[in-house]
Structure formats: structure tokens, C-alpha cells
Design a protein around this ligand. Structure first.
Ligand code: UD1
Ligand code: CA
Length: 461
């Protein structure tokens, strides 16, 4: 009978000394997501419920970060070893009867397929515990699997191993499936008589065998999946693997990446078919990009919704903004939070927007700041226009209605409303509302002083 009831415990109390960090190891971001989110997500994918997280180092930040993750926390105040760590989850699983998946918070690359194979073997062999192992050319530092024929007899830690045992290349990944509550009963019997004075989870193997129970082991062919992250070199290697997975999935779903090795897209980003992304793009957060878009080199896009047929040109930075269909942004435009382009817009080079709601077909093609503004449809904002939204104390709004034409080098001293279909003459400083259909102009009149330059020159000769 296949036992379907599954819980998961994720060990994450360790200090992670080699990270040289104040923060818990599982908070370090990988492809834009904290490392610990990967095993949590994996446990969910397998259908585990509840999912418990054993925390120790930096517990407040870990609790805050995963507050919404629907996991239960248990604190291992002192890191007395992996056996002790799992025992800390006993109180959360007191009423649980079923199989218990043990994952590590610092093993983010593991895939569901591998765990499904682990479960299948566990159930088909009616095992009390099944270990996930792997053969490594350099097994140094890991627990070695001691077998007798097919059977696993015990695991010996690197620090406790004889020189002969150290030649064994099959190692313990630290991922297991246990039967519960049996495992807690075994953990209660652990001692810490070893070179590190720790309660070794791995010692439960011998305790199970003494009871005549089956201990099974599955060797995975994917060493990269079970690699733990111990330092920032590992972190960068894992990041590369995750980014490759994300990019390959996007490409298989119809997104073209000119150079996937130099394109940085976070795990939660969605991109539509026939969108083309150039190298150096960094796309993060919960960004959604539509179909038939072009994202040029060096575009930095975070938390944005970008509709279909949008062209983001080189070097543009977009944060928490919406870009409507058929719009063009950049090169080197800066869309700051709260920018909404309603569609068919053109935001050109060196234009900065913030809390700017810009109607359909409106344009600001060059060298402009639009902040705290509502702009209607078919508005043309001339080069060098500035909304003076801040008086040193408060922010004020500029409202520009439909079909307004704003000449170049205009300043709007907010609060100010520019009525529909009006025209603002180039070089104006607008401090008062403009009625619809009017011309507003605020330049001082031009004086031409004939011959002035020639007279000036004669004097100095
Ligand atoms: C453990 C295994 C070893 C295996 C290796 C794989 C034991 C005794 N040894 O080694 O056979 O090859 O993992 O990486 O189990 N942790 C806690 N609390 C503790 C100690 C550890 O939560 O008191 C957590 C760590 O945060 C980490 C995981 O357990 O996520 C593994 O700990 P680590 O110290 O890396 O492994 P070892 O105990 O050296
Ligand atoms: Ca001026």
C-alpha cells in the first residue's frame, strides 16, 4: 500500500559559517528568491503538509521572510547536530502518522523528479527510511555510505571515518524519507559519542536495523541537484544553474534570448511568445512581459507589467510600472514606481517618470521629468519639459488634459491644470491653470540690440 500522507521538515538552523554573513544562509537570494524558498516550494510540489522549518541562526529575519509561506517554525536554540535538529520538529508533528521528507534549507537545486523516485523506492521496498545518496569523485567532507551488498549498514562522517572508509565515493546528501512517528522514537535513543559531540541523524540507520527494519538508499545521477551551498562561490554556481533553468524554460515556451548566459531573469517573471530579449537585460520581481516585445541590452525591469508589442530600448530602468501595448520606452529612460503608460506611448531618451499616469498616444520623447502627474490622450510633451512637483515641503500634481501640446523647455510649477486642447509656448514657466483651447506663454519679450557685439569688440582693441 502506497502511503500518501506526507510531511516535510527542512533543516536550516546551521550557522553557515563559510558564508561569512550576518544573515541566515537561507535568506541569501538565488535568482531573486531567498534560498530557503526552494526547498519549501519543493515540499509543496510533493504535496507535503505540514511543512516545518527548523531555524536557529538569525531566527527573527527568517520568520519575517517566510511569514507568508505557510510553514511552521521550530527553534533549535543550540546547534547540537542534525539528529537533534529533526527532534526539534517533533512537537509540531506529534499527531502526524505517515512519511516524513527531510530536506535541507541550503540545497536549492533539488528537483521533484528525484524526490518522486525516492518516494517510489521507499514505498515499493516498504522501507523505514530511504536515503538519497550520490557518487562524488571528491567525497571529502561528506558522510560516507557503508554498504553490505545492496544494504546500507550505516553512515560514517568524514571526521569519524577510517582512511579506508574515506576512499568510499558514495556519500550522504542529507535528504531522506522517514516513517513517522518511528523516526522520532529512534532519535530519542541517539547518543553524541563521536568526534564532534553531535547528535547525528545518520546514526538512526543502525538503530532502525537493530529493530530489523528496512533501510533503503537511492543513488541519484544528478550530483548538481544535491549540492549544498556552503559559501558564496557555491551560491554563484547555484545561481547560474537556476538562471539556466529559467531561461531554458522561457526559450522552450517561445521566448528568444539572444545570449541566455548573459540574460538575468528571476524565477517569478512571465514572458510571452515571440518576445526577444537582448543580453544584459535584468528582469526581476513579479514582472510580466507580453508577446512580441523587444527588450534591448541593459534594460533593468523590476515589478513591471508590460503589455504586447512593447519596445524597451537599451539601458532603460523600469520599476513597479505599467507599460501599455505598442509603447516605446528609451533608450535610457527611467520609469519609476507608479508610472502607467496607457498604450501607444513614446517615452524617449533621458525621460524620467514617477507616479505619472499617461494616456494613450501621448509622447515625451526627450529630456523630461514627469512626476506626480496625470496626462491625457494625444498629448505631446516637448523636449526638456519639467514638472516642478516639489516645493521643498509637499508634492503637488500637474494635470494635463487630452490633446495638449507642450512646447519645449516648459516648466509646470505644480499644482497646475492644463485644459484640453491648449498649447503651451516653448520656454514657458507655467504657474497658473490654463483654460481649454488657449495658448499659454510666459516668456519675457526678446530684445535685439543691433551692432552690440561689434561695439564691444572695438572697445577691447
Ligand atoms: C550532514 C550529514 C552528512 C552529509 C551532509 C550533507 C549528519 C550527521 N551528517 O553533515 O552525512 O554528507 O550533511 O551535506 O547528519 N543543521 C541544523 N542543526 C544542526 C546541524 C545542522 O539545522 O544542529 C542543518 C544545517 O543548517 C544544514 C543541514 O542541517 O541545512 C546539514 O548540516 P551540515 O552541518 O551542513 O552537515 P553535516 O552535519 O556536516
Ligand atoms: Ca527656460
Amino acid at each position: 500500500m502506497k502511503n500518501k500522507k506526507l510531511a516535510a521538515v527542512i533543516l536550516a538552523a546551521g550557522r553557515g559559517t563559510r558564508m561569512k554573513s550576518k544573515r541566515s544562509k537561507i535568506l541569501h537570494p538565488l535568482a531573486g528568491v531567498p534560498m530557503g524558498a526552494y526547498p519549501i516550494q519543493l515540499a509543496r510540489e510533493l504535496g507535503a503538509d505540514p511543512v516545518a522549518l527548523v531555524i536557529g541562526h538569525d531566527p527573527e529575519n527568517v520568520r519575517d521572510t517566510f511569514a507568508e509561506a505557510n510553514v511552521q517554525f521550530t527553534l533549535q536554540a543550540e546547534q547540537l547536530g542534525t539528529g537533534h535538529a529533526l527532534l526539534c520538529a517533533e512537537n509540531l508533528l506529534r499527531d502526524f502518522k505517515g512519511s516524513l521528507l527531510l530536506l535541507c534549507g541550503d540545497v536549492p537545486l533539488l528537483c521533484a523528479d528525484t524526490l518522486e523516485r525516492l518516494c517510489d523506492q521507499h514505498f515499493s521496498q516498504k522501507a523505514a527510511m530511504t536515503l538519497l545518496t550520490v557518487n562524488l569523485p571528491d567525497p571529502k567532507g561528506y558522510g560516507r555510505i557503508i554498504r553490505q551488498g545492496e544494504d546500507v549498514i550505516r553512515i560514517v562522517e568524514d571526521k569519524d571515518a577510517s582512511s579506508e572508509e574515506k576512499t568510499i565515493t558514495e556519500i550522504n546528501t542529507g535528504i531522506y524519507l522517514f516513517e513517522a512517528p518511528l523516526i522520532f522514537e529512534l532519535l530519542g535513543q541517539l547518543g553524541n559519542n563521536n568526534s564532534q559531540g553531535e547528535y547525528y541523524l545518520t546514526d538512526t540507520i543502525e538503530l532502525a536495523r537493530e529493530k530489523g527494519l528496512k533501510v533503503s538508499a537511492l543513488a541519484t545521477d544528478h550530483p548538481e541537484e544535491v549540492q549544498g551551498i556552503n559559501d558564496r562561490v557555491h551560491l554563484a554556481q547555484a545561481e547560474a544553474v537556476l538562471r539556466r533553468r529559467i531561461n531554458e524554460k522561457l526559450m522552450r515556451n517561445g521566448v528568444s534570448l539572444v545570449d541566455p548566459s548573459a540574460t538575468y531573469i528571476d524565477a517569478d517573471v512571465e514572458v510571452g511568445e515571440d518576445t526577444l530579449i537582448y543580453p544584459g537585460a535584468v528582469i526581476s520581481g513579479a514582472t510580466r512581459i507580453g508577446c512580441d516585445c523587444i527588450i534591448e541590452a541593459g534594460s533593468i525591469i523590476c515589478g513591471c507589467h508590460i503589455a504586447d508589442k512593447v519596445h524597451i530600448k537599451a539601458g532603460s530602468v523600469l520599476t513597479d510600472s505599467e507599460v501599455g501595448k505598442n509603447s516605446q520606452v528609451g533608450p535610457m529612460a527611467h520609469l519609476r514606481p507608479g508610472t502607467i503608460l496607457r498604450g501607444d506611448n513614446k517615452i524617449g531618451n533621458f525621460v524620467e517618470t514617477k507616479k505619472a499616469d499617461i494616456g494613450e498616444h501621448s509622447k515625451a520623447s526627450h529630456l523630461t521629468y514627469l512626476g506626480d502627474t496625470e496626462i491625457g490622450k494625444d498629448v505631446n510633451i516637448g523636449c526638456g519639459t519639467i514638472t516642478c512637483n516639489y516645493d521643498g515641503v509637499n508634492k503637488h500634481k500637474t494635470i494635463i488634459e487630452d490633446h495638449v501640446f507642450v512646447g519645449s523647455d516648459t516648466q509646470f510649477v505644480a499644482p497646475v491644470v492644463i485644459g484640453r486642447n491648449s498649447l503651451v509656448g516653448a520656454g514657458s514657466t507655467i504657474t497658473r491653470d490654463v483654460p481649454p483651447d488657449a495658448l499659454a506663454i510666459s516668456r519675457t519679450e526678446q530684445k535685439n540690440i543691433e551692432g552690440w557685439r561689434l561695439r564691444k569688440k572695438k572697445k577691447s582693441d
